[in-house]
Design a protein around this ligand. Structure first.
Ligand SMILES: Cc1cc2nc3c(=O)[nH]c(=O)nc-3n(C[C@H](O)[C@H](O)[C@H](O)COP(=O)(O)OP(=O)(O)OC[C@H]3O[C@@H](n4cnc5c(N)ncnc54)[C@H](O)[C@@H]3O)c2cc1C
Length: 79
């Protein structure tokens, strides 16, 4: 007999519920393939987003993508 506890499935995004950032029905931050959220200039990456497959190698790649998108946004907006 034994108990197997599965952890790590709930994204810690409650603080965004009062914001304009769109969340999925699972509480994940909705992103497109450039890690953009629905709010201009706000990017997200990793397990807290709608990206499929919650794994370390995915999250690190997504972090790189979000950084590049943020860089691109700043360059193009002239800020
Ligand atoms: C039990 C378990 C086993 C796993 N095993 C594997 C495995 O073998 N191989 C694999 O590839 N993946 C594994 N994963 C998945 C892997 O851990 C995740 O995909 C990866 O850690 C996601 O990285 P992340 O940076 O998106 O999120 P996280 O690693 O969860 O980092 C998020 C960070 O944000 C912090 N944070 C949260 N809310 C706030 C806030 N409001 N303000 C400031 N900081 C905040 C957290 O404390 C945390 O440090 C496992 C996950 C779990 C739960």
């Amino acid at each position: 007999a034994g108990i197997f506890v599965q952890i790590g499935l709930l994204p810690n995004t409650d603080f965004l519920k009062a914001s304009k950032v769109e969340l999925s029905n699972r509480g994940e931050i909705m992103i497109n393939d450039r890690n953009e959220t629905n709010v201009k200039g706000v990017f997200a990456a990793g397990d807290c987003t709608t990206v499929p497959y919650k794994q370390i190698i995915i999250a690190t790649g997504e972090g790189a993508k979000a950084s590049l998108s943020a860089f691109d946004y700043i360059i193009r907006s002239g800020q």
